[in-house]
Design a binder for this molecule. Structure first.
Ligand code: FES
Length: 76
């Protein structure tokens, strides 16, 4: 089941790591968080790595929100 990005004050699409936050590219919150943990620290870097934000741009606010959150490095 594909989850469409919905962002408002009542929902937080980034809370579900497998949630697709960019429907234009199929980029998930997990992928963006992985890149942030690897040191990609702004929207342009995330966009270059995933293509997210390079289509309609409606996912920008979600990616910017993820960039503000503390980095959670994957556990081994
Ligand atoms: S939803 Fe990300 S560029 Fe369109």
């Amino acid at each position: 089941m594909i989850k469409l990005p919905v962002y408002n004050t009542m929902t937080d699409p980034s809370s579900d790591q497998e949630n697709i936050i960019c429907t234009c590219t199929g980029t998930t919150a997990a992928k963006v968080n992985q890149l942030i943990a690897q040191g990609l620290d702004d929207l342009d870097k995330i966009a270059s790595a995933t293509g997210a934000s390079t289509g309609c741009g409606s996912c920008d606010i979600i990616i910017l929100d993820l960039l503000k959150k503390p980095v959670h490095k994957p556990q081994k």
